[in-house]
Design a protein around this ligand. Structure first.
Ligand SMILES: [Zn+2]
Length: 274
């Protein structure tokens, strides 16, 4: 009499298969997370490139006196709302993170970056809404601006606004006001830092100078703009647009040196977390 042969898996075989699947999942998951993080950085870099091109067109138009925006001729970045007061008591165009100058506003044909999502880093949950507008009067003309582009969503828990920061001014502390970055000044600006002798006396040049930064700024003591756990790309680093319109991802380990060189600033504001 022949013995009965079973065709089903034994319990041991099943356990071995389940263990193998488990090991594969553990191996694959971190790799897929890393791929996702790289693709978000790349998509963000693409946003930066759009803004970089827009910035060059804005500067050319502004230099030719075609723009309605205030500020010295040849400004690399603009701003629309003007509510700030300088240290010397005069009002100035320092609505820091208003990006309407890039997006364009109703009543003004200068629209350099028309897609709203370009102003949102894909690694944040910030968003901008195309239906939230406000009006601003300049030279007796009423302009309709996009409200969400006048403010920056401060972190992942604020879901309206944009997620990029304008670096349109020299962060130089010994002046009565922050002078604007212009086509001329980015060619000739000499770093005057007394805190960082490494950069003192150097001319950084357009490729070293940030104009738009993919960062959030409000989390003391990690401000200003240093890669930190609250920012879009966390502790990895951040994308920047430079004055010559090139864009790059700057890793956290290089951030402070690059920030100091760009902003002529060696204060703790550029120091990365922790
Ligand atoms: Zn980003």
């Amino acid at each position: 009499m022949r013995s009965k042969v079973t065709k089903a898996f034994t319990l041991v075989e099943m356990l071995v298969v389940i263990a193998c699947i488990g090991i594969l999942v553990v191996l694959i998951l971190p790799a897929s997370a890393k791929t996702k993080s790289s693709s978000l950085k790349f998509a963000c870099l693409n946003n930066c490139k759009q803004m970089g091109f827009g910035q060059q067109m804005f500067a050319a138009d502004h230099a030719a006196g075609k723009s309605v925006y205030l500020g010295p001729l040849g400004s690399l970045t603009g701003t629309f709302l003007s509510t700030s007061t300088n240290g010397n008591g005069t009002t100035s165009q320092q609505a820091d993170d208003d990006l309407n100058w890039l997006h364009g506003i109703q009543g003004n044909s200068n629209a350099y970056v028309t897609t709203l999502q370009t102003f949102v880093c894909p690694a944040t949950i910030n968003n901008v809404r195309g239906n939230v507008t406000t009006t601003t009067v300049y030279n007796n003309t009423v302009f309709k601006t996009l409200l969400d582009l006048t403010s920056k969503a401060v972190d992942k828990y604020h879901t309206t606004g944009h997620s990029y920061e304008v670096f349109g001014f020299w962060r130089t502390y010994n002046l009565p006001y922050f002078p604007r970055k212009t086509l001329t000044s980015v060619q000739h600006h000499t770093n005057s830092s007394t805190a960082n002798l490494k950069i003192r006396g150097t001319i950084s040049g357009p490729s070293d100078i940030f104009t738009i930064v993919d960062e959030l700024e409000v989390h003391t003591p990690y401000r200003e703009n240093a890669p930190n756990p609250y920012a879009a790309h966390g502790l990895e680093g951040a994308n920047v647009v430079c004055a010559d319109a090139h864009c790059e991802f700057i890793a956290t380990k290089n951030w402070y040196d690059r920030y100091s060189m760009s902003e002529d600033d060696s204060s703790s504001q550029g120091k990365p977390y922790p």
